[in-house]
Each structure stands twice: as structure tokens, then as C-alpha cells.
Write a protein that binds this ligand. Structure first.
Ligand code: SF4
Length: 332
């Protein structure tokens, strides 16, 4: 993984730069390693140090984050970088207590940073480690009620020496061997002491309380363009997709709400809607398109189409662009 030091360096006592640990752990909140890798490489190339990130333009960081989702993380990332760079002279705190005072750092991230970057004994408990703990100890209590039990079990196993290596090893075990559906117990180094394996119930754990079905909300987006420009709107800082660029549109609600187009034009409704799933709801967007648009918009701002990069939009907004620009051939 691009944020880790090489095994050879690690054997020589080198620890991972706290900036890289923090950046990777913030990105990994709610996002898989496979997705995070490229974003991490891009961020490190653009902003190699916390000082570089702290002085970056908000828009540039939000654009680089586009597609990773959970955009509050990007806003907190910037706030945190600016605090570390400005108030702490670029030095990340070495205790969980001090790290928890920084924006966007919760108990998991604080524990991961002190453990991996400073080799401090801390209880790191992500989804992978929860799964491994629940299996090794055959915890029958379902999640999320069992979280504290699992935390206690994880704490009891965390060693004083090489706490960071241990945490990463258990994370990796969960990600690659003790996987959710088909744990590969035959190659697992913990097989001998694993209660779930002994009882033949590994794949059934951890037990989880079934989640309630999530609702569907609907909304409308307006994609207005002409030969040289596209009309975009920056979303308010607070709320879903906060601070990100997107297509103007009405509120998203369970029932269709009335809305006003952002500019007078000959609007055409696309016959395909855009579907996207957020954590708490599905979204179905009706897409309105207008070409050769001129005039002054009531909401949003025209952007030069030559410098417009759809990849800088959050995923749902990029889907709108992709569907709107699909040629008829793409539908066959
Ligand atoms: Fe997971 Fe199987 Fe290893 Fe137990 S033996 S920790 S269930 S992979």
C-alpha cells in the first residue's frame, strides 16, 4: 500500500510519516483500500507535506477529492491540515487525546495514527479488526451492540512492542484472509486459537442486526450548456456533497417537490433518470437538459467548458454528465 513504509525500512526501525498515516486513514474512513490507493498517490503528488496541503486552494482539494464521497471528510482534512501546519508547526500530536481535538479525527483515526506513526500501544478497531476479533473469540452478540466487547478483546491482544505493526497486520488479516463471506482459515496464522474456526461458524460471524430498508428520495438537476460553457453550482458547505460543484437543482425529498430552473431555456427531460445510493437513502434524479443556453442564471455560475473536468464532480453529478452525454449508440 502506497502509505506504508517498505518492510526493509520498517525492519530498520523507520515509521510511517504521520502525515501519510493521517491522510490515508481519513481517506479509508468508509472507503475501500482499492479505491483509496489512487487518491492517496494523487494527493501526495500534489501536496507532499501537511504544509503544502494547508496552503492549497479549497476548490483544488475538493476537486481532487471528487468521487471519494463523504465530502465532509475533505473539508475537515483541510481544516485539520491548517491547524497542524499553523498552530502545531506541522507536527502531528502523539497522543490520542490531543489528536481527538483536531477536525475530522475520531477515536479510530486517532488510535491508528498514534499506533502506526508513533508505535504507541492503542486499540485500533476498524471493521476488519472487529470481524477478526468476533471470530477468534466466537462473539455471538450481534453488532453494533458487541462493539465494546470487541474493543476490550482487541485491547487485550494489542502488544506494547510494535503496536503499529500489529494493528496493520490484523487489519490486513481481516482484509485478505479473514474476509467477510469466505474466510480462508487454512492459511490463517491464528487458526489454532480461533474459536469460530473450531466451532465451524467462522463465516456466520460477526452477527449483525439487520438494517432497516433505506428510503428513496427524488430530485431534479438542470444541465445547461452552450458551445463554450456549462452551468454549475457550488453546494452549501454544510450537508450532503457540501462544498462540491454540481448541477443546479431542487431539493431532494421523498415526494417530488416544486423547483425552478436556474435559467430560462428550452428544457428537455432526459428519458433516463440517474440513480445513486448514499448511506441513508437511494436518490433518483430527473435530468433536464438545455443546449445553446444564453443569459444570466438565477442560480449557479457558468464555467468554461474547456477547463471543465467531469472527474472533479462528486460521483452522482458525474453520472448526470455521463448519461446526458451518452450517444444513442451507447444505449444499444
Ligand atoms: Fe478468521 Fe479463520 Fe483465521 Fe479464525 S481461523 S481468524 S475465522 S481466517
Amino acid at each position: 500500500m502506497p502509505w506504508r513504509v517498505s518492510p526493509r525500512d520498517r525492519r530498520s526501525g523507520v515509521l510511517t510519516d504521520p502525515y501519510r498515516v493521517w491522510l490515508s486513514e481519513v481517506m479509508l474512513q468508509q472507503t475501500t483500500v482499492a479505491v483509496v490507493k489512487d487518491y492517496f498517490i494523487k494527493f501526495i503528488a500534489l501536496w507532499p507535506t501537511v504544509h503544502d496541503l494547508a496552503t492549497a486552494e479549497d476548490d483544488a482539494v475538493m476537486a481532487a477529492w471528487a468521487g471519494l464521497g463523504y465530502y465532509a471528510r475533505a473539508r475537515n482534512l483541510l481544516k485539520c491540515a491548517r491547524m497542524v501546519s499553523g498552530e502545531l508547526n506541522g507536527v502531528f500530536p502523539q497522543t490520542e487525546k490531543e489528536l481527538l481535538k483536531l477536525p475530522g479525527i475520531g477515536p479510530y483515526t486517532a488510535a491508528a495514527v498514534v499506533s502506526i506513526a508513533f508505535d504507541v500501544q492503542a486499540t485500533v478497531l476498524d471493521g476488519n479488526i472487529e470481524r477478526v476479533m468476533s471470530r477468534v473469540h466466537a462473539v455471538m452478540e450481534p453488532l453494533p451492540a458487541s462493539k465494546e466487547i470487541l474493543r476490550g478483546l482487541a485491547a487485550a491482544l494489542t502488544p506494547v512492542k510494535r503496536a503499529g505493526d500489529y494493528a496493520q497486520a490484523v487489519m490486513d488479516l481481516g482484509a485478505t484472509v479473514c474476509t467477510p463471506r469466505s474466510p480462508n482459515c487454512e492459511i490463517c496464522p491464528w487458526q489454532g486459537g480461533c474459536a469460530a474456526h473450531a466451532q465451524g461458524i467462522a463465516a456466520e460471524l460477526p452477527k449483525k442486526i439487520r438494517k432497516a430498508k433505506i428510503p428513496t428520495r427524488v430530485g431534479v438537476v438542470y444541465l445547461a450548456k452552450n458551445e463554450t460553457q456549462v452551468l454549475l453550482e457550488r453546494r452549501p458547505d454544510k450537508g450532503l456533497l457540501g462544498g462540491m460543484l454540481g448541477w443546479p437543482g431542487g431539493a431532494w425529498a421523498v415526494d417530488q417537490v416544486s423547483h425552478t430552473p436556474p435559467i430560462n431555456a428550452d428544457w428537455v427531460t432526459l428519458n433516463t433518470s440517474v440513480r445513486h445510493t448514499f448511506t441513508h437513502f437511494h436518490l433518483e434524479l430527473t435530468v433536464m437538459i438545455a443546449s445553446d443556453v444564453t443569459g444570466i442564471p438565477q442560480t449557479g455560475k457558468f464555467h468554461d467548458i474547456a477547463t471543465f473536468r467531469p472527474d472533479d464532480l462528486p460521483t452522482v453529478m458525474r453520472k448526470v454528465w455521463d448519461i446526458a452525454n451518452r450517444t444513442p449508440k451507447d444505449d444499444t
